[in-house]
Ligand binder design. Structure first.
Ligand code: GFB
Length: 306
């Protein structure tokens, strides 16, 4: 990407999109297209086509697509799957049609099989059944990875994809309905502290392990890959920091200064037993995360509580 390349961040209002916009502006990329004027409805092919025809993006980061935590995935599998499939199909086909220089697609770590060996490596994709709580969404995300690969193979398009660990940070979705675990626990403990509640409910057994990546580190890795990677296999983007949900809850208790008890409700789903990424390939290219989990959790809580 040159400093004046025409860059389109599909999903510019997501936390990932906002983090990337801030980062590449700081790095003097001057031509992020159409910022602040709204995006087309990415599920609508005609609107996406018109947008690309009129604005001629050269580099595309595809972050868009409905997502949510384990509850949203259980309650809205069709909505999540269709929305993502439509966006993937529209954006990739139009990016091909208007000959963008390069496209980066952000998948999700739920694309790995439920019982994949840990840490998970892209070679393990499609080697076993998906986790049932998010199999619909994960299938759409896998389709995105495969469609990038297919455009490369059939037409030589420079489309790449990456698989992030569980992302969190400022501007995350903190809603009770959609939130992922970091945002959900911050909200629950913050509100319990304010209301003087003596216990907070944590879903599941507390045993699953998750790897978390701070959104600013994620954005940095996405830009790094756009600059330095060009191949058909997806690249894992992890932080190297994995925690059990039980340890995560204890850390968030410290961050929020909540003094009550943690009550684990094992009638609620655990989801995948473990999701830890093997990011050695990305690290070998020279990228490393720069924010520790505790510091990024503090920053996220500071943003939330204001
Ligand atoms: O973050 P989370 O919803 O996503 O849940 P997944 C992670 C773990 O935290 C699960 C537990 O074991 C949850 O049961 N957990 C405990 C909670 N308390 C809570 C709570 O109050 N809220 C939430 N949300 N979780 C999602 C997928 O899986 O991760 C998506 O469903 C996507 O497809 C995303 O891949 C990254 O890691 O389980």
């Amino acid at each position: 990407m040159k400093k004046d390349s025409r860059i389109y961040i599909a999903g510019e209002s997501t936390m990932e999109g906002k983090a990337l916009i801030r980062l590449i502006k700081e790095r003097n990329y001057k031509n992020i297209i159409n910022l602040d004027n709204g995006e087309p409805d990415l599920t609508n092919y005609s609107q996406v086509k018109k947008y690309f025809r009129d604005l001629k993006p050269e580099y595309v980061f595809l972050f868009a697509g409905k997502s949510g935590g384990i509850k949203t995935n259980q309650e809205m599998p069709a909505t999540l799957m269709l929305n993502n499939l439509r966006i993937i199909s529209n954006v990739l086909s139009v990016a091909h049609k208007f000959e963008v220089e390069k496209l980066f697609y952000l998948a999700s770590c739920c694309v790995y099989p439920k019982h994949a060996e840990q840490p998970m490596h892209p070679d393990m994709l499609m080697a076993g059944p998906l986790e049932p709580t998010n199999s619909a969404y994960a299938t759409a995300k896998l389709a995105g990875i495969e469609l990038c690969r297919a455009y490369r193979r059939e037409y030589g398009d420079n489309f790449i994809s990456a698989i992030p660990a569980n992302i969190f940070g400022p501007r995350d979705d903190f809603s009770v309905k959609n939130s992922h675990v970091v945002a959900a626990l911050m909200r629950k403990m913050h509100e319990a502290k304010q209301n003087g509640n003596s216990a907070v409910e944590i879903w599941g057994t507390g045993k699953p392990r998750r790897e978390f990546i701070y959104v600013d580190d994620l954005a940095d890795a996405c830009q790094f890959l756009m600059e330095h990677y060009s191949d058909e296999n997806p690249v894992n983007i992890g932080s190297g920091t994995a925690l059990s949900i039980s340890d995560l809850a204890k850390t968030i208790k410290e961050v929020t200064r909540y003094k009550g008890n943690l009550h684990f409700d094992s009638s609620k789903p655990d989801g995948m037993p473990n999701k830890v990424l093997d990011s050695s390939y990305l690290f070998s290219l020279g990228w490393k995360p720069s924010t520790s989990f505790n510091v990024s959790a503090e920053k996220t809580y500071e943003w939330f509580k204001i």
